[in-house]
Design a protein around this ligand. Structure first.
Ligand code: FMN
Length: 363
């Protein structure tokens, strides 16, 4: 089966596969640039850009951590990552992933437009005012991430009324995905919330607004899975975990090793200061946090609004910015290693080119 190309706004993605944004520092210039260059859509994560090139882009550090949102979501770091990715993919479509829950959301969206990204993808909350921040950049395509038809309906209604605009595509993420979920713990386990049950109702809702392309995410692993999603009505897929198993993935080699060594039961949902459960690998950090013996919580980077300056971090037992950054730095003891439920299926590293060939042409 030959997959059709994916249209998002004025952009055409020859291979309908989006490499999901992964922070901190997992999908930056090398991974996103290569995916776009090879015909998929590469997505740069906007999280922790002050850490890019060993904290060179954090103007102010405290205890080796970027101070405040302006340094953690560093505009110059973000731009440097964009420019480096462009050296790989030229003017092919390139996207940025910006979480709605972050502090400085609007400013970071503007930074992305100024840096030159073509498409902005936003999850972790309902981005009801997203178009406000891309004013002056009519060519930048906007793609929210949802977990239900209801969420898509709310976004379309508000955007149409307030901004006379609709999403250029929508990503539907099910509970097998890596990182933060759009569901509570209990909801993640319900049969009706599994991705294969959600695609058709979301495609139906999208059609009511003029056939917004629906991109399915969460647990998509191989060519058969992609075919199944397309059969259900999706126009493309977004995949995260499998891209960690590539040479080009920007994650530290220790991150890749942890995933390759993980067993099925090691990948679990955990509480997070963001307010949604997050999927990742059970490691030394998990045990420390359970015993309330994790690293100090200092809230240096002031990363996400729902954490309320460290109040939630203290309640769940860890700082999300510091722990994800430690994973980026390769610290196996104190890092937090997100993964989708399929992470244990990674057995080694291949090139992005090889992976995209397998995904589009079968194993
Ligand atoms: C390590 C890791 C970090 C992630 N970080 C983000 C993020 O910063 N923003 C986001 O919207 N999604 C994030 N995700 C979700 C992915 O973009 C993707 O949608 C999801 O993992 C798809 O499921 P899969 O991993 O089963 O393919 C992350 C996933 C992983 C595995």
């Amino acid at each position: 089966m030959n997959f059709e190309s994916l249209k998002i706004g004025k952009y055409t993605i020859p291979k309908p596969i989006i490499q999901g944004g992964m922070g901190v520092g997992i999908s930056w210039d090398q991974l996103a640039g290569t995916v776009s260059s090879e015909g998929g859509l590469g997505v740069v994560s906007s999280v922790g850009t002050g850490y890019f090139e060993d904290k060179k882009y954090s103007k102010k550090l405290v205890a080796q951590r970027p101070l405040d949102a302006i340094n953690f979501y560093s505009p110059t770091g973000f731009k440097a990552i964009h420019d480096s990715a462009r050296k790989i993919c030229g003017d092919k479509p390139l996207a940025a992933n910006i979480l709605y829950a972050i502090n400085d959301y609007g400013r970071v969206v503007k930074d992305a437009c100024e840096a030159g990204f073509n498409i902005i993808i936003t999850g972790a909350g309902l981005p009801t005012n997203m178009p406000e921040f891309t004013e002056g950049y009519p060519d930048v395509a906007l793609v929210p991430i949802v977990s239900s038809a209801k969420a898509l309906k709310i976004i379309c209604k508000r955007w149409q009324k307030r901004y006379n605009r609709l999403p250029d595509a929508v990503i539907l993420e099910g509970p097998k995905s890596g990182g933060h979920q759009g569901f509570s713990y209990e909801q993640c386990k319900l049969p009706e919330n599994q991705l294969e049950m959600l695609v058709e109702p979301v495609v139906e809702e999208a059609a009511k607004w003029g056939n917004i392309p629906v991109i399915a995410a969460g647990g998509v692993w191989d060519n058969d899975d992609i075919q199944e999603m397309m059969r259900l009505g999706a126009s493309g897929v977004q995949m995260g975990t499998r891209f960690i198993g590539t040479h080009e993935c920007d994650a530290h080699s220790n991150f890749k090793d942890i995933l390759i060594a993980a067993k099925k039961d090691d990948i679990q949902l955990m509480a997070s200061p963001v307010g949604y459960p997050a999927q990742g690998v059970v490691t030394n950090l998990t045990h420390l946090v359970e015993k309330r013996e994790g690293p100090d919580i200092k809230c240096i980077s002031n990363c996400v609004a729902p954490c309320n300056r460290g109040v939630e971090a203290k309640a769940v037992g860890f700082c999300i910015a510091d722990r994800l950054s430690d994973a980026y730095l390769g610290n196996k003891e104190t890092g937090l290693f997100f993964s989708g439920t399929n992470g244990y299926r990674l057995t080694g590293l291949i090139s992005v080119k090889e992976l995209l060939t397998k995904l589009t042409q079968g194993e």
